[in-house]
Design a protein around this ligand. Structure first.
Ligand code: GTP
Ligand code: MG
Length: 345
């Protein structure tokens, strides 16, 4: 690749964990919006993608993230459902991700889908950290909204602290049982060898600055080379979901992880029977910090660059498959691109 045309893309972060352990709440807290209230039955039915730019991460994380220390543009979070019946959505999220957050409720500890998520991360060799969530539920907890973990920990009584320590060490023990050497994140030197555990509350925002700082640090330190993409190259992505959208027909919610996709591009998309060749009709983007799956009015854009969540409207998408590859043809030979897509199916 020509270094002059490369740039660092946003790392893709999958949020995984057992049902109700607080994945959506955590992203909600980060987004500062209340997507959770729009969720039918409070079970996440669909995968969503949320882009959080570096300046917002730094605002939330305060002193823990100095934007001058980073040249990655931010983080792209993919929410996944914890309900046992959504295994494919979970593995798709895991497979797509550069890094992951495994959310574990400190009261509930390890549960079946926690173990399943760990297996997915193991298989895909995705580096991850554990968010030990709901620390605010420790009896006697003294809330310090949106505070870094060290500050709020200092302000707790001895009893609360030792109760939280017990819960955190239980999680560290569970991770060890699964073959992961883990520790509280501030004790971890090498995040490639050890799993960092970050105590958080999605409710009060305590520990969220730490979580974002660790994710940024992890991405910057270990993934920088993998994040290098050809900024103007033909886009490459994965279909998250195939959806009917009023006024647009069948659309594909896509996570773009390389290159760009333009409103006049020809695409090849993995289909149920054979690759689908089609022309983009519209690129529909969620507003920054908005969630693709709850966004009812989309903004039409001319071009989007990786990494991003984008809804693509195009004819012939009825047979498109979730999990299938999406490739932009642009100045290449159509048959070559069809073969690339076929090879990935
Ligand atoms: P699924 O998508 O169904 O797998 O669940 P989820 O992991 O996205 O959980 P969700 O964010 O929907 O949260 C489940 C419940 O836990 C909700 O009632 C939240 O309000 C509550 N909850 C989440 N995080 C916290 C937390 O940090 N503290 C407290 N007290 N409650 C929380
Ligand atoms: Mg959820």
């Amino acid at each position: 690749r020509d270094p002059a045309s490369t740039s660092l893309r946003t790392p893709i972060v999958a949020v995984l964990g057992h049902v109700d352990h607080g994945k959506t709440s955590l992203l909600d807290k980060i987004r500062g919006s209340a997507v959770i209230e729009g969720e039918a039955g409070a079970i996440t039915q669909h995968i969503g993608a949320t882009a959080v730019p570096l300046d917002i991460i730094s605002t939330i994380a305060g002193d823990l993230v100095d934007p001058d220390d980073f040249d990655l543009p931010g983080l792209l979070f993919i929410d996944t459902p914890g309900h046992h019946s959504f295994t494919t959505l979970r593995s798709r999220g895991g497979a797509l991700a550069d890094i992951a957050i495994l959310v574990v409720d400190v009261n509930d500890g390890f549960q079946p889908q926690t173990l399943e998520a760990l297996d997915i991360l193991k298989r895909s060799e995705t580096p991850f950290i554990v968010a030990a969530n709901k620390i605010d539920t420790v009896p006697g907890w003294n809330e310090n909204e949106d505070s870094p973990i060290n500050d709020t920990y200092e302000s707790q009584s001895d009893r609360v602290r030792s109760r939280l320590d017990e819960q955190l060490y239980e999680i560290i023990g569970n991770l060890s049982d699964e073959g992961f050497s883990a520790d509280l994140y501030w004790r971890v030197q090498n995040f490639q060898r050890n799993v960092g555990v970050v105590p958080v509350s999605a409710m009060t925002g305590e520990g969220v600055p730490d979580l974002l700082a660790v994710m940024m640090g992890l991405s910057q330190r270990y993934m920088k080379e993998e994040m290098e993409i050809d900024v103007q190259g033909p886009g490459v992505g994965t279909v998250l979901e195939v959806k009917d959208e009023k006024g647009f027909g069948t659309t594909i919610d896509t996570v773009l992880y390389d290159g760009t996709i333009r409103a006049d591009d020809q695409l090849v998309v993995g289909g149920q029977n054979e690759p689908i060749v089609t022309d983009v009709r519209a690129l529909l983007q969620p507003r920054p910090l908005a969630e693709i799956r709850t966004e009812s009015r989309f903004e039409k854009v001319d071009e989007v660059g990786a990494a991003a969540g984008i809804k693509v409207a195009a004819p012939e998408l009825d047979e498109a498959m979730a999990g299938a590859p999406v490739r932009v043809v642009r100045n290449r030979d159509l048959n070559d691109v069809i073969q690339e897509v076929q090879a990935e199916l």
